[in-house]
Design a protein around this ligand. Sequence first.
Ligand code: 6PG
Length: 462
Amino acid sequence: MIGLGVMGRNLLLNMADHGFKVIGFDKDKEKTTAFEQAASPGTTVKGVDSLQAMTGELALPRKIMMLVPAGKPVDDVIESLLPVVQKGDIIIDGGNSHYTDTLRRVQYLAEKGIHFMGVGVSGGEQGARTGPSIMPGGDEAAYPHVQPMLEAIAAKVNGEPCVAHLGKGAAGHYVKMVHNGIEYAIMQLISECYDLLHRGAGLNNDELHQVFDSWNKGELQSFLVEITADIFLQPDDRSKNRLVDMILDKAGAKGTGKWTSQDAMEIGVPIPTIDMAVTMRNISALKEERLKANSLYKTSFGKIGAPKDQWIAQVHDALFFGVLISYAQGLSLLHKASGELAMDIPLPKVVKVWRGGCIIRSSLLDLFTQIYQQNPGLENLLLDERIAKLLQAKEQNLRTVASAAIQHKYAIGGLLSALSYFDAYRSGLLPVNLIQAQRDYFGAHTYQRTDEAGTFHTVWNR
Ligand code: 6PG
């Protein structure tokens, strides 16, 4: 393992716990020492600060994984490895690299006879140590060499490991990128529902904990809802408040959500809830401007008058609807990208791998697994009858929540984008006939007709 930061160290300790002899490299001696000290008794681990020392001890073909920040550090590691590896060795990038970088590296190393695999790893610090969700892709000749190790360390659901080969080229990193896009969308939706319950209905942190905790026991059961419930109870050790109330409302981002949106735009797949999640993080970063605008527009946020229990139930349904739509958007992107970018991504395996270990794991993934196993080529989850029933059962409550939120000035871009996407997707007729007329009017861009095949242009009466 190259890079003994939190993720690299924990993943390597996880491998050691499963009986693999491991070596970790880091330039920082403190990290190699901390790594050796954290090993479980009886495991074989070694920390080194020289690449030669590491590669000299590895059995052939060498299996070298790196967990370093995306971008130049990955290229730097590859260059530093080239003098000490040989044909047939396998280099694995387990970070959040952009898939186009991965494709470039696959090709570069293939020319030198070295296998390179892009592998998405999800689950954060804890997941890496005890069982992440693992999304390998690319080199099919190399995969069997790493498969037993990846299966051993992955999270298990009903005894099955949450790892599978997910397609050609950079498929592993592509799937992880879309996983993160969905992660952004769900986090945005949860934050909007928090606002509607907290400022909107006046729930305090204890009540919010109870609400999210009970939601996590029902159809919204998921890692993100579960940790949200925990967050409301966390005390602050610097003040008398709960920590959540002391955290500045400026969201960070490392870029994977933005990449998902950029790529979806590139291949023409609508994923507006993910786009909105990226946008809302960007708006949140404009804290100083928002404060000025807040005083200019004299904005105060009214209390929502609905009876508390009724409102909580309605917000629950709104969140469920938005979450389901977020998965549908992300998976529709994977469906299209799989063909467009020749990745052959097996969607039944993707949703299966996401059932455990990863940040977006939720009980919904069991249903998606059944659906995609029956229909692996499904373009969009919204076209499945079971999903239709679930959405229709929640639709009215989302509309009610959206109306009240709009009236009371709450920013619920995520929920609204999910509803608009749904309304547009299920509409057999959209008003874009007028857009086509306008395009033809000012730019002779032509249009198609409803009653006749072909391409038409009109000289419009001015
Ligand atoms: C995971 C996460 C992880 C990601 C963080 C931070 O699956 O374990 O997706 O890979 O890096 O969630 O992402 P942002 O900083 O962009 O929010």
